[in-house]
Design a protein around this ligand. Structure first.
Ligand code: SF4
Length: 313
């Protein structure tokens, strides 16, 4: 038994691919008629959790959905996520992330009422870009029909989450929207503010995948330098690397990362055996139509003696 873990892991679990937002770079944007919309029911979600926990041996998960405009669907989605988090802990998951978009004050209060600052819960919410004009271009501008277009509500959510007594946040930028220098600088500042509030800060640095033309192409070399710079500026932060990246790139990032997240952005994709799907018609983005299961990815990384928390081989 190793007590001094070097890495952590978690698996993403998309429970739906419905979304009211209109993000130009996302396959799940509401206007995309090519997506076959799917939504998991509670029984299907529980069976996915069972596979992640018992077959894959991974006891940390991130629940993801699209973002809904104010109204019944948005309320129902939040309640479903609260149910998911509760079920996951009851089953034996040790850490739960959730990513459902920005939160209003009343939504933070509702989560707080239910989980009262539970330190095992991580709010996952990436600003994507801190540059307002770029944000407007790709995510819209204060449009009531497009919930993600509210830049300020998104930016203020992690601080309001911390003020409610929670302890863990996962912030990030979407690399490839613009020249990364401004965003990286602002991401570091944002992380420092949250850290001073007592947060355990996680940093996500997804590169745009699955679009015909990336607005600002970031090479592997530039990407590695960005990750290295952030690791240097924020030594306490938990940099997350995911299987958006090829395994060879992942291996090179291991010296900077603290968390490895393998999985698929398809809806409820985990199976009891064999590969897992990443269909373009149902996923947020496609890396390849068929993907390796999370445990296979973790086993294929050469950790050089490092071990993985929340993963029992
Ligand atoms: S990035 Fe998120 S909020 Fe935007 S369209 Fe995709 S799923 Fe919806």
């Amino acid at each position: 038994m190793v007590n001094n873990y070097r890495y952590e892991t978690f698996v993403p679990l998309y429970i739906t691919n419905h979304c009211d937002s209109q993000c130009k770079i996302c396959n799940l944007r509401s206007q995309n008629k090519n997506v076959e919309r799917k939504e998991g029911d509670k029984e299907q979600i529980l069976s996915q959790l069972k596979i992640i926990l018992e077959v894959e041996g991974i006891s940390a998960v991130c629940f993801l959905t699209g973002e809904y405009k104010p109204g019944t669907k948005r309320v129902e989605n939040l309640e479903l996520i609260l149910w998911c988090i509760e079920q996951a802990f009851m089953m034996g998951f040790q850490k739960v992330y959730f990513n459902i978009g920005s939160l209003s004050d009343s939504e933070v209060a509702r989560i707080s009422e239910k989980f009262n600052g539970d330190e095992r819960i991580v709010l996952s919410l990436f600003q994507e870009t801190y540059h307002r004009e770029t944000y407007r271009k790709f995510f819209g501008y204060d449009d009531k029909e497009n919930p993600k277009s509210d830049f300020n509500q998104r930016l203020s959510t992690p601080e309001r989450w911390m003020q409610a007594g929670f302890k863990q946040v996962d912030i990030g930028v979407l690399l490839g929207l613009r020249d990364p220098e401004y965003d990286v600088k602002n991401l570091i500042e944002h992380a420092k503010v949250l850290s001073e509030m007592g947060a355990r800060v996680h940093i996500s640095l997804p590169r745009i995948r699955g679009v015909d033309k990336v607005p600002y192409d970031i090479s592997d070399h530039e990407f590695k330098n960005i990750v290295a710079d952030i690791a240097k500026a924020l030594p306490e932060a938990n940099i997350i690397v995911t299987t958006r990246e090829d395994v060879e790139v992942l291996k090179e990032l291991l010296k900077y990362a603290k968390i490895i997240s393998p999985g698929s952005s398809d809806v409820l994709p985990y199976t009891k055996e064999g590969d897992i799907p990443n269909n373009l018609s149902t996923s947020q983005f496609q890396v390849a139509p068929i993907r390796k299961r999370p445990s296979w990815v973790l086993n294929s990384l050469e950790l050089k003696g490092g071990s993985i928390r929340y993963y029992s081989v």
